[in-house]
Design a protein around this ligand. Structure first.
Ligand code: ADP
Ligand code: TRP
Length: 320
């Protein structure tokens, strides 16, 4: 059976919360365990440059995201983990893709419009962002691209650019398909709404015990209800991930009707049990470990992208 080539890009965007873990990180890590998948994980640092204009901040975010993924279970011996900016084939391929699509076409991109509506500067990098992403994907003959729902249109854009390229130059680039990541659904935050950094209702994934405790004790409980639904809903997700019996969780809540503090403490213990090993692993990963992983990763990445870029250079007429 031929392996499925899977590639995704990770935006270095600050501290992760439990919603990110269950909705995106864990399902991605699970994909890397399947021997039929050949997984490439790319830190999209040039994409981040469209919104971050501070060198120290970008550098810190790059270390942080790699450390988080390694701590959450990415095994660099099974996955090609690398940085976009370490492989110049990405900017080169992005330029080729830019020359295939029109300005009115890029103007339809939801993600661009949303970001500008939220006040982000409409720089040219932000505008052509989908074509840099298309380049990332086609360089690796990618079959499947795990992304959140918000990135679906970028895959349509990639296919459009691939079609235009292949129509002009012959069947060289592979058409990728999006794989909409199915996490556990929406993880609720401490106020019962979707957990999100923009709502300030998060439980930090890598927080220390005190930080997590503070977030849990702040979970809004309904004074009339005897079973604190907001606590239970988060607990359910954690319980599932730990492989524990749901009936035991229900029993715990029935036996402790109205005892919100006891139930919150039980949730704290379970979250700690789940993430303490990841937290310990994270603390051990040094910056030089990260540089080493990325250096090995980009060598592997270039072996694959180099073949594609060579075919592309032949086809477009710049290999003399
Ligand atoms: P935030 O809403 O905190 O800004 P992001 O938009 O950066 O989070 O989310 C990154 C990824 O994490 C998304 O692709 C999404 O799949 C996942 N995610 C974020 N929040 C949740 C949540 N509450 N439940 C499930 N998945 C989530
Ligand atoms: N645009 C993606 C996001 O914001 C990140 C990304 C960059 C990406 N290049 C990619 C995702 C290639 C998948 C494939 O989440």
């Amino acid at each position: 059976m031929t392996k499925k080539r899977i590639l995704t890009g990770l935006q270095p965007s600050g501290a992760l919360h439990l919603g990110n873990y269950f909705g995106s990180l864990k399902p991605l890590v699970d994909l890397t365990f399947d021997a039929n998948n050949e997984v490439f994980l790319m830190v999209a640092d040039y994409h981040a440059l469209t919104s971050v204009r501070n060198g120290d901040e970008l550098r810190a975010n790059i270390y942080e995201i790699v450390r988080d993924y390694l701590a959450a279970g990415v095994d660099p011996s099974k996955v090609t983990l690398f940085r976009q900016s370490d492989n110049s084939h990405h900017t080169e391929m992005g330029w080729v893709m830019n020359c295939l699509v029109t300005v009115p076409f890029l103007m339809q991109a939801h993600s661009y419009k949303d970001k500008v509506a939220k006040g982000l500067e409409a720089n040219a990098g932000l505008f052509t962002y989908p074509m840099l992403m298309a380049g990332d994907i086609v360089l690796y003959d990618t079959d499947l691209v795990p992304v959140g729902e918000d990135q679906r249109q970028h895959l349509e854009y990639t296919r459009e650019a691939v079609t235009k390229f292949n129509n002009a130059y012959g069947e060289i680039l592979k058409e990728p398909t999006e794989m909409i990541v199915e996490g556990v659904g929406v993880v609720p935050g401490t106020d019962g709404q979707k957990m999100s950094k923009s709502y300030k209702n998060t439980i930090p994934l890598f927080g220390n015990r005190e930080e997590i405790q503070k977030a849990i004790m702040g979970i809004v409980t309904d004074s009339s209800g005897e079973k604190p639904q907001n606590v239970y809903n988060i607990h359910k997700v954690v319980y599932q991930a730990m492989g524990k019996e749901m009936s035991d969780l229900d029993k715990l809540y029935e036996e402790n009707l109205g005892k919100y503090k006891v139930l919150k403490e039980a949730l704290l213990e379970d979250i700690n049990e789940l993430i303490a090993p990841m937290r310990a692993k994270k603390a051990e990963i040094t910056d030089s470990d990260i540089k080493e992983v990325l250096a090995i990763g980009v060598e592997k990445a270039r072996l694959v992208s180099g073949q594609t870029i060579n075919k592309v250079r032949d086809a477009i007429g710049i290999n003399l």
